[in-house]
Design a protein around this ligand. Structure first.
Ligand SMILES: [Zn+2]
Length: 76
């Protein structure tokens, strides 16, 4: 698959509770919720801001996987 953020080749694994885990060499590992995936059909991410936020989430809690959900998604 391609990374939902940068569009480069990434690895994807199914996750429980309606989210996907994406492992991108550029954006790192992040979780994306199925609701956001559905919204991606009609919207696009604000890529720089979204990347900043994932970075911020990792700094805030280094043990948790950064997450893109309806609360953290930043749209263009
Ligand atoms: Zn990426």
């Amino acid at each position: 698959m391609n990374c939902y953020l940068c569009g480069l080749q990434a690895k994807q694994s199914e996750e429980d509770q309606g989210s996907e885990l994406v492992d991108c060499s550029d954006c790192g590992t992040y979780k994306i919720s199925s609701i956001v995936l559905r919204e991606l059909g009609s919207k696009t991410f604000n890529y720089p801001k979204m990347r900043d936020d994932l970075h911020r989430q990792r700094q805030f809690n280094a043990t948790a996987v950064a997450e893109i959900n309806t609360q953290t998604a930043i749209w263009a």
